[in-house]
Write a new protein. Sequence first.
Length: 238
Amino acid sequence: MENSDIRKVFTREDIDQMEKVPRLNLVNSCVGYKSANLIATRNLDGKSNLAMFGSVLHIGSNPPLLGFIQRPISTPRDTYANIKESGWFTVNHVSTSMIKDAHHTSAHYDTNESEFDHTALEEEYVEGVEVPFVAESPIQVLCRFENEYPIQENGTVLIVAAIEMIRVDFGLMGDDGWLRLDKGAVVAVNGLDGYSLPRLLNRFSYARPGETSESLLVHNGKNGDDVPRQIADSETAS
């Protein structure tokens, strides 16, 4: 490992020679904050499963698609098995009040045990939907399995799914459809086991060459918060 005056430097050889836990922590943390989501599934026998994932990602908006990375399926994975069996799952954002129980879902319970039964998190069902949502989650997404893409380099699998329903707590969505996650106290994952609460700093207009990106927010809304510019303008006019 080479060191400069301001930082430590790890080469690939250094990383390969690290002990397992420090290597896991370093590599998982160096990519930055990750989304914190609970994926809920249900098998055909009606047994629910709940698992913490930090790899959910946006695939596209038209059609609406998301994905997540499934760990190698050479070992039995209840989330993967249930999705392949039923074709459905939900993605549920984790808020500050949920982090302890959300983290506990990463414990290895038997297939016939539901993580809901070992945490204070509650299943929530919607008419016509067979898989559960997490009742405490401020943003819930119903997903239908579309495809899977094996990643040869390490045996993981990219799962791609269609978004069939989005459920959002009141007060989080602006007129333009944008969800302000910090209003819902939605957390992010730092590494494998650290949970942080991001704070909105700014939001900018669409970037175009030769033009200055303008802030879409103004300060000092009704509650002292930053608010969307169009809302502030309407408040001033009234």
